[in-house]
Ligand binder design. Structure first.
Ligand code: NAD
Length: 328
């Protein structure tokens, strides 16, 4: 199988080369993202492997289909960047890597919670000025706090496990409650109830038409004053402007985000030589009660190993007429 890997980063190649020892695909890498302009690179290729940066809208999928591509292996769990209906219409099979490392993302979410709760960034800023006083650094202990988990799938469950270890009470909202979460002692409640009762809210749902801006101005209004909000799911699950207003009014105590609604063009690159223009993002970056990471929650060695192995396994199985991890 000839496989073209789009948006390939140098750090991924060793993981793909190692995993490929078991599958023997013919791999080629391009650093360019998949778009209408770069879709012609697929000539003569059997399958493409794509990242969240790759644009898989109807136009791009049509260009791939025109060039004979019938298989896309996403190397992500999320697939909100794919026009699934167009893929089905064009008879393109799309697979993902559903559980490459739920704990990697869950641990990152916990890191954001702790960083915010213990004012870690503020303390580092003080230290840079040789200020070792504790003024302004009063933290919040997690034990006994109510943690609301929105989306209790693989990552939500892993997050709940860790927070239970801290002695938190677990609240959950998900249209499909999980027995494993219930077994941990999670109480499922309506969304508004979760907003009202939670001291910490962590977002772990997928992005779709029901969850886009699930955290909007109305939701912010219903939250407990001073809530810690953390988003490691997808940027557009949050209406960032509404959250910014909530931070300004102090309704939201602090906000940790690994994903940003308008992250395309900002994350996954070095902006040393040009300036970021996004005013909302720049304001978030300046705030002492906001922690931003650049879509790196997944980024561990274990996750990269699993992503490479499962992506290639999905392709290899396809070459044998078997389909696994299909999303379209
Ligand atoms: P999952 O499919 O196991 O869980 C998603 C959960 O969301 C499911 O339980 C589903 O029932 C629930 N859900 C569906 N509609 C909902 C709604 N309206 N309200 C609340 N919950 C709803 O997926 P996962 O592996 O746990 O991943 C969750 C998301 O995390 C992914 O879709 C992806 O967007 C994101 N993610 C981010 C990173 C990162 O690096 N930041 C890495 C991996 C995944």
């Amino acid at each position: 199988m000839k496989v073209l890997i789009y948006s390939a980063q140098e750090h991924e190649k060793p993981f793909f080369e190692k995993a490929n020892e078991s599958f023997g695909c013919e791999l080629s890498y391009v650093s360019e993202s998949l778009s209408r302009d770069s879709a012609d690179l697929v000539k003569g290729v059997d399958a493409v492997c794509c990242f969240v940066l790759d644009k898989l809208d109807a136009g791009v999928l049509e260009a791939l289909a025109k060039n004979g591509v019938r298989f896309i292996a996403l190397r992500s769990a999320g697939y909100d960047h794919v026009d699934l209906k167009a893929a089905e219409r064009l008879k393109i099979i799309v697979t993902n890597v559903p559980t490459y490392s739920p704990s990697a993302v869950a641990e990152h979410a916990v890191m954001l919670v702790l960083t915010l709760a213990r004012k870690f960034l503020s303390s580092q800023k003080h230290f840079e000025k040789n200020n070792y006083s504790l003024v302004g650094l009063l933290g919040k202990g997690l034990k006994g706090l109510a943690v609301g988990v929105v989306g209790t799938g693989n990552i939500g469950l892993s997050f709940a496990h860790i927070m239970k270890g801290f002695g938190c009470q677990l609240l959950g909202y998900d249209p499909y409650p999980s027995d494993a979460c219930k077994a941990l002692g999670m109480k499922y409640v309506e969304f508004d109830e979760l907003l009202r009762l939670s001291d910490i809210i962590s977002l772990h749902c997928l992005l779709n038409e029901n969850t886009r801006h699930i955290i909007n101005a109305k939701a912010v209004e219903k939250m407990k004053k001073g809530v810690i909000l953390v988003n490691t799911s997808r940027g557009a699950v949050v209406d960032t402007k509404a959250v910014m207003d909530g931070l300004d009014s102090k309704k939201i105590g602090c906000f940790g985000l690994d994903v940003y609604e308008f992250e395309k063009g900002i994350f996954f690159r070095d902006h040393d030589d040009n300036h970021i223009q996004d005013k909302l993002f720049l304001k978030l970056r300046e705030m002492d009660n906001v922690v931003v990471t650049g879509h790196q929650a997944f980024f561990t060695e274990e996750a990269l190993r699993n992503i490479a192995r499962t992506s290639l396994e999905n392709i290899f199985k396809y070459s044998q007429g078997k389909i696994q991890n299909r999303v379209a």
